[in-house]
Design a protein around this ligand. Structure first.
Ligand code: SF4
Length: 705
């Protein structure tokens, strides 16, 4: 070949950031000055049809090897894989023998690929014999999972992205789609531009970028979503808009739900009669309505009830399972959905089977040839780190996530990990706040190096494909987990040689799960060859011989034993802790447009850092004046749990008494910018999801330095 000519190859892969799951064309060019990568949106991918947002389009700028962990470390010193894996397996085994299976735990991530997730879940639940595997998706969408299961019998997302373009009304609830799911927002904006009669209502205590497109913004009181949707349900009834035939044939619990909703709590929303009337008139008067919700609904001590309050309204009107209508939970992470499917949460089993069901356990146990399976849920994230802190958990393996930054009450989590007997971290980087506390750090491959599958918010399974070699001695997570499984004594059960082999096993199990009446069935993939796996196009599940994708519930059949959906009786509950004289402001946390989680990847792209260069506190000018704060001052934000120091950003987008801070900054990037040190770890009693949007805080001005 001519050495002066650039050789290039293009790989179809999937964006590693949010749950939209956009297809990416990554082109690697070998130039005389070295390899170069460019990315663009995949026009053939159903999620994005060629679009990318700011984060996705900057992916090529995040592939530097600077800071990458290239070798395992033991107590901070470089070590061989042989000695690191030998210690991981022997320490976990010794701990289990001495203290029982519930003395160990895995804390994993919605950024793992499905094949990694499946092996982690199989090792912990099937062979170690504990359900102590939980995921950072607990912080993201556990309330939606609980809401779906209560209403539908399974964790089923009814709709697809194309419903957003077919709807005549889109209601965003607790969802800054413009920043957090930008390509979905672009799709809605394009649809509204083509069809101006399409309406958008944005329900959010804060005015956000998503309000720009909205015909109506309802700045409800934080945490009052149940009161609002209960009011909608009673108005649906009063206006004669109940789909009585659908309810009679397909829904249980209508009368009890309506009775509870009629208890007159709407004043908790803080909305005016005109605002309420405009909302209910639009919702009831538009058949094709999609209600999209995410963290403002999920991250709440009443998150599961909020989800069911929304589902109640769709079930009462029969607006589900048909084009252009339905409730739609959008997931935060690239594979939050895949993690739900493989049972990577402490209260779930693989393929949507239930831990508490003896028949379901028998199916999984027989299929895995597992010695035992736990019969009850393990510790959910907040409780898991409490158990690390009080010594009940003595060996912890954290994969692909940074809980010292992202968990609520993060200082307590930091102390718990620091004092745990044995901590393993698998990560691309060895200097994260969490990895710095580990006994053993294992170098993991990342986006562009890994191969496997992810599932996005609309149940579309897409391939992540490699186009770069693994740096140093970094290994894939499934490979490391399988080797630890073999070293712990389960040779045949973890003898995987490729991710395709893992997906085939998983797909076969899904066919058995479907025999229990479950929705998740990808059995058409159970005899996939390596070549077919490599070429797998994006496809929505279910994937069976009879059915490929499509909407669920079009036939009015749900996955409960009776086949009927459940409406739930619900009452408004305020957030766990109100503001008081000591902590008079309510802190809301969330994402910003151009960063992702704890910034280990997105922070590497210079143009992404230009959007917001440092952590900030969004505060209303009236409150700022009362506190003597001016724009760009430094303010200390403190709660009963910790403190952070942030730059003041004056904004009338937050209401007086409320403040907002982004969740991305780590202690390396900003010595006191870890806002989750301040956030309280109050959780939803059903889902275990923390209330990351309503912590009472005090704010004080710091003297200029
Ligand atoms: Fe990636 Fe989400 Fe942006 Fe799509 S919308 S490019 S998946 S971050």
């Amino acid at each position: 070949p001519d050495p002066t000519r650039a050789e290039s190859k293009t790989v179809k892969t999937t964006c590693p950031y949010c749950g939209v799951g956009c297809g990416v064309l990554a082109t690697l060019t070998d130039t005389p000055t070295g390899p170069q990568v460019t990315v663009k949106g995949d026009p053939d991918h159903p999620a994005n049809k060629g679009r990318l947002c700011s984060k996705g389009s900057a992916l090529a700028e995040t592939l530097s090897l600077d800071g990458r962990l290239l070798h395992p470390t033991i107590s901070g010193a470089q070590a061989s894989w042989e000695s690191a894996l030998s210690q991981v397996a022997s320490r976990f085994k010794q701990t289990i023998e001495a203290h029982g299976p519930d003395s160990v735990a895995f804390y994993v991530s919605g950024q793992l690929l499905t094949e990694d997730y499946y092996v982690a879940n199989k090792l912990m639940k099937g062979f170690i014999g504990s359900a102590n595997i939980d995921t950072n998706s607990r912080l993201c969408m556990a309330s939606s999972v609980a809401g779906h299961k209560r209403a539908f019998g399974t964790d089923t997302v009814p709709g697809q992205y194309e419903d957003l373009e077919q709807a005549d009304l889109i209601v965003l609830v607790g969802s800054n789609l413009a920043w957090c799911h930008p390509v979905l927002y672009q799709r809605i904006a394009a649809a509204k531009s083509a069809r101006p009669a399409m309406k958008i209502i944005n329900i959010d205590p804060r005015r956000t970028a998503s309000s720009d497109l909205a015909d109506l913004h309802l700045a409800l009181t934080p945490g009052s979503d149940v009161a609002l949707f209960n009011h909608l349900l009673t108005t649906i009834h009063e206006m004669g808009a109940v789909d009585s035939a659908f309810v009679a044939q397909h829904v249980d619990g209508f009368d009890a739900a309506l009775s509870a909703a009629s208890s007159g709590e709407v004043q908790a929303t803080g909305l005016s009669a005109n605002e309420l009337a405009e909302f209910t008139r639009a919702w009831i008067g538009t058949e094709k309505v999609v209600t999209i919700y995410s963290q403002g609904v999920n991250q709440s001590t009443s998150g599961s009830d909020k989800v069911n309050a929304i589902l109640n309204c769709h079930l009462a009107t029969g607006r589900i399972g048909r084009p252009g209508m339905g409730p739609f939970s959008v997931t935060g992470q690239p594979n939050a959905m895949g993690g739900r499917e493989v049972g990577g949460l402490a209260n779930m089993m693989a393929c949507h089977l239930d831990l508490e069901n003896a028949g379901h356990r028998a199916t999984v146990r027989d299929f895995w040839q597992a010695p035992t399976l736990p019969e009850a849920a393990g510790l959910k994230a907040v409780d898991m780190f409490r158990a690390v802190g009080d010594g009940r958990i003595k060996a912890l393996w954290v994969m692909c996530t940074n809980p010292v930054v992202s968990m609520p009450e993060a200082d307590r989590v930091k102390a718990a990990i620091a004092n745990c007997d044995f901590v393993v971290v698998s990560d691309m980087y060895g200097d994260t706040d969490t990895a710095k506390l580990a006994d053993i750090v294992l170098p993991a491959t990342g986006w562009g190096e890994k191969t496997g599958t992810v599932t996005n918010s609309e149940r579309c399974i897409s391939r992540q494909r490699p186009f770069l070699p693994a740096p140093g001695t970094a290994r894939h997570d499934w490979d490391v987990l399988a080797e630890v499984g073999r070293r712990m004594g389960w040779q045949a059960e973890f003898a995987y040689e490729s991710p395709a082999e893992i997906l085939r096993e998983y797909a076969t199990l899904s066919g058995l799960a479907a025999q229990h009446g479950k929705d998740f069935d990808i059995s058409a993939l159970s005899d996939l060859t390596e070549v077919e796996y490599d070429a797998l196009p994006p496809q929505h599940w279910p994937l069976t011989k009879e059915r490929r994708g499509g909407r669920f519930f079009a036939d009015g059949r749900f996955f409960t034993p009776s086949g009927r959906a459940n409406m739930l009786p619900l009452h408004h509950r305020a957030p766990a802790k109100p503001a008081d004289a000591t902590h008079p402001f309510i802190l809301n946390t969330g994402r910003i447009r151009d960063q992702w989680h704890t910034m280990s990847r997105s922070g590497l792209a210079p143009r992404l850092n230009q959007h917001m260069a440092e952590p900030y506190l969004e505060i209303h000018p009236t409150d700022a004046t009362t506190l003597g704060l001016q724009a760009a001052d430094l303010a200390e934000v403190s709660s009963a749990h910790g403190r952070a120091i942030l730059r003041v950003l004056l904004s009338d987008k937050v209401k007086p008494g409320a403040v907002f801070a982004p969740m991305h900054w780590t202690s390396q990037l900003s010595s006191a910018g870890r806002i989750d040190a301040v956030v309280a770890a109050e959780v939803d009693p059903v889902s275990g999801q923390p209330e990351s949007k309503a912590t009472p805080v005090a704010i004080t001005k710091l003297p200029a330095r």
